[in-house]
Design a protein around this ligand. Sequence first.
Ligand SMILES: Nc1nc2c(c(=O)[nH]1)N(C=O)[C@@H](CNc1ccc(C(=O)N[C@@H](CCC(=O)O)C(=O)O)cc1)CN2
Ligand SMILES: Nc1ncnc2c1ncn2[C@@H]1O[C@H](COP(=O)(O)OP(=O)(O)OP(=O)(O)O)[C@@H](O)[C@H]1O
Length: 193
Amino acid sequence: MQPDADISLYKKELRKRMLAKRRALSVINTKIKNGKFFSKYIKELDIYKKSSKILAYLAMEGEPDLDEFIRYALIDGKSVYVPVCVDKQNMFAARINSFEDLEIGMYDIRTLSYPYEIAKPDEIDLVLIPSVACDLRGNRLGMGKGYYDRYLTEIPYKKRIAVIWSFQVIHNVPIDKFDRKVSKIITEKGEIL
Ligand SMILES: Nc1nc2c(c(=O)[nH]1)N(C=O)[C@@H](CNc1ccc(C(=O)N[C@@H](CCC(=O)O)C(=O)O)cc1)CN2
Ligand SMILES: Nc1ncnc2c1ncn2[C@@H]1O[C@H](COP(=O)(O)OP(=O)(O)OP(=O)(O)O)[C@@H](O)[C@H]1O
């Protein structure tokens, strides 16, 4: 079954608007090492402290940068994974040991080159999720290809945390039956959900 056509169109328009905003702000954001805002808050979370396998992400332009967090978590003894897109719909969690192993992959996002070690979704303790917008009910809008929506079907609600700029928290994110909620939102101002 196809998701509701009106919702799908509304999502598309909202995504376009929010990405334009993010692009405009990324000019400012890239001038400051933006990652430090976020790692400070993530490190303090109970769920971070209890996790041994964490799926983070390698930021695209305008997204909160988790590089500093990933470096910290590796030193802290965590196993850290990043998304590897294996086709146009699905991604795997591949283990990152060093930033030197990265290359540019699909959608111009940094990724690991094969061979990499994969963790199954049920082994992952925490997923830090890039998003285009979220609302305070935990609904999220992504890049529109469904990679995370598919992946998150195998990740329990409590383990899903969105990492976004505070301007990306909006009143109401339109949802369809495939959308998976997040249990927490971290912004540069701290934990807001
Ligand atoms: N850092 C990061 N990694 C991620 C995601 C993400 O949102 N952020 N993804 C989350 O799903 C997956 C990749 N999904 C993507 C889906 C669509 C486009 C895309 O349409 N890109 C446009 C440019 C969009 C823009 O910035 O205006 C393009 O390639 O032309 C990119 C990534 C897996 N890895
Ligand atoms: N679990 C799923 N099974 C089948 N199709 C799905 C699933 N999740 C999402 N889709 C499909 O993927 C497409 C993109 O979905 P949607 O617009 O909700 O993505 P998004 O939440 O913006 O992106 P992402 O999940 O990549 O961050 C839609 O056509 C949707 O129906």
